[in-house]
Design a protein around this ligand. Structure first.
Ligand SMILES: [Fe+2]
Ligand SMILES: [Fe+2]
Length: 206
């Protein structure tokens, strides 16, 4: 019996499929970006996750289109009000870019409520309620809340653009990177408005 088994084992020839399996098994553990790219194209779970995150940021951008005019109206400084107004125009274009992303994904345009953006914008409304109209202290609060928004967007677009590249969705990655650059610019502009003018003016208020 044992001899028979041994003989059987020695005459074993792997099928072509099994040979391929062993070749795959020999691949290095760490994949190059190109290999990772090819692999993820066959990963529907990751693409589904990505699409869900696009729906989330789409909700957030649409929410901002409604929230920014309130912030702009509440601002004391003309420079800050203009910066917020300019970002409103840019934000409307972020919505349009995301609509293009849905189109490229072959998905219908859909928003999924973003709890984070809802929370940050509520915080912004609370700051407006808790500060006096016409003060630089209110502007400090508006800038702080706005920068929290920008940092959330920077984190989201930064992560999603990398994920799009991993999925081989290069056109989408480009669109997300364009928005990412604009969010970063806005964040820097808000910092410079705070540091050059408003923080000092607020510190001099009673
Ligand atoms: Fe945006
Ligand atoms: Fe933004």
């Amino acid at each position: 019996m044992l001899t028979a088994l041994k003989e059987k084992k020695s005459s074993f020839k792997p099928s072509p499929q099994a040979e391929n399996f062993f070749k795959i098994d020999e691949l290095p553990k760490f994949k190059s970006p190109v290999e990772a790219d090819n692999h993820s194209k066959t990963d529907p779970a990751l693409k589904e996750f990505f699409t869900g995150e696009i729906k989330d940021i789409f909700w957030a951008e649409n929410h901002l289109v409604k929230a920014l005019p309130k912030m702009q109206k509440a601002a004391t400084s003309a420079v800050l009000a203009k910066a917020i107004g300019d970002h409103l125009i840019i934000t409307k274009n972020h919505v349009v870019r995301l609509e293009k992303v849905f189109e490229l994904l072959g998905e219908k345009i859909q928003a999924k409520k973003c709890d984070t953006m809802e929370g940050i914008s509520k915080e912004g409304e609370g700051i407006i309620e808790d500060t006096d109209e016409g003060t630089s202290t209110r502007d400090v609060g508006i800038i702080l809340a706005s920068q929290k928004v920008e940092h959330y967007e920077i984190a989201t677009y930064g992560g999603l653009s990398k994920l799009a590249a991993t999925l081989g969705l290069n056109e989408i990655a480009d669109l997300l990177n364009q928005t990412l650059a604009e969010e970063k610019e806005t964040d820097e502009l808000l910092s410079s408005i705070a540091e050059n003018d408003i923080n000092y003016a607020a510190s001099a208020e009673a």
